[in-house]
Ligand binder design. Structure first.
Ligand code: GLY
Length: 392
């Protein structure tokens, strides 16, 4: 069977892969996206669409600062990203920029929120500390037990499923080619790479982008295996009927910090568990009960709201909490990584896609990577077991 030729093949048709494809649009490159569908429950299904740059930092102090900077840059790009995608596809993404309220019941939790607010302002973010009554003025359905809150007015949210559908529609409208298959093998060809798909089709591409989330495996010879592990998230949606919530609400940290994300039509997403190492799509009754109970402590009406659906997805986690972006210089030319966005694929998609597209299109001339400002996220920061073995 003869192969179809592309300039760039993106393995993974989730929000990250399709956003990278979108950032390549208009640059006279033929792009294929290959997505195995729900063989692995996608990270988008663990997401509620919080664009929570103010709260979602991770790792040590250096990584947390870098993640905040990247998240803030991406958050700032979201209004245009959403508006352009909506214009192009005619699909509403339910983007809302009403901010996020993180609430506390007790002094210890309030002190921790105050500290987060100070840290956020030191990084250049915006946050105000509210007492319980001020928090209830913002969101009247909050429990009387809420004693304090940190309000981040710049944070936002979007409906992740709608984003995925719109990205897919825009990609196809822009003459992108979508393959609903698994990539079984990637080998070298005279001009780049040859990809064998699960239905027997063959593609050739000059460059390959790995954006396969928690399904990332070692497909390419010579590329150190990306250190991605799945962290399962279970979530549910309830019908909040006539309640008019404006803000995303983050509950006090319990074993898994629940959050409530109000969507169009009264649909309220309550997410999400964090279970490391599980790859299955099952949703445990106990997890759902716990999420609902945690959410009901903060918004008592949640107890009575009927469940609409429940689901799970796999977040792609990395050892230091940061994504893995760009070409791994220890590996072959023409292979780029857009992996490991963990809890923040939706937030980080616009900024990561722009940076990746710049690197893919601009190359790595004279060692001056266009991704210099993304240095903390470069793949080489992880010592691979392969490299260790070679070093003896
Ligand atoms: N983005 C939030 C989560 O992964 O639960």
């Amino acid at each position: 069977m003869s192969a179809t030729n592309f300039d760039i093949a993106i393995i993974g048709g989730g929000v990250i892969g399709l956003s990278v494809a979108r950032a390549l649009t208009g640059h006279q490159r033929s792009v294929a996206v290959i997505d195995a569908g729900h063989e692995t429950p996608p990270a988008t299904d663990a997401a509620a669409g919080m664009l929570a740059a103010s709260f979602e930092t991770a790792g040590d102090a250096v990584m947390a600062d870098a993640l905040y900077a990247l998240g803030a840059q991406s958050l700032a790009a979201w209004p245009d990203f959403a508006a352009m995608l909506e214009d192009e596809t005619g699909l509403a993404l339910d983007y809302r920029d009403d901010g996020i309220l993180a609430v506390a019941f007790e002094d210890g939790q309030a002190t921790a929120l105050k500290h987060s607010g100070d840290q956020l302002r030191a990084r250049g973010g915006r946050a105000s500390f509210l007492n319980g009554d001020e928090a209830r003025q913002q969101e009247p359905a909050l429990s009387d037990r809420v004693a304090a809150a940190l309000y981040a007015p710049g944070d936002a949210q979007v409906d992740p499923r709608k984003v995925l559908i719109a990205l897919r529609a825009a990609f196809c409208k822009n003459a992108g080619t979508l393959f609903g298959q698994r990539v079984e093998q990637v080998g070298c060809s005279t001009t780049g790479y040859r990809l064998a798909l699960s239905n027997g089709e063959r593609l050739e591409a000059k460059s390959v982008v790995l954006a396969s989330g928690a399904a990332a495996t070692q497909l390419i010879a010579g590329l150190p295996p990306p250190p991605i592990t799945p962290v399962k998230g279970e979530a549910l949606a309830v019908d909040s009927a006539e309640n008019k919530f404006r803000h995303v609400i983050r509950c006090p940290a319990q074993p898994a910090l629940p959050y409530l994300c109000p969507k169009a039509g009264g649909r309220m997403i309550i997410g999400a568990t964090e279970i490391a190492g599980r790859r299955d799509a099952g949703v445990d009754d106990a997890s759902i009960r716990k999420l609902r109970a945690g959410a009901a402590d903060v918004v008592p009406a949640v107890r009575d709201w009927p469940e609409i659906e429940r689901w799970s997805g796999l977040r792609p986690a990395t050892p230091d909490g940061g994504p893995i972006l760009g070409r791994d210089r220890r590996g072959p030319e023409g292979v780029f990584l857009a992996l490991g966005h963990y809890r923040n694929g939706i937030l980080l998609a616009p900024a990561c896609a722009t940076a990746l597209a710049r690197e893919i299109l601009g190359g790595d001339a004279a060692g001056q990577s266009p991704l210099t400002h993304l240095q903390p996220f470069r793949p080489e920061r992880f010592v691979s077991s392969t490299a260790e073995d070679e070093d003896g």
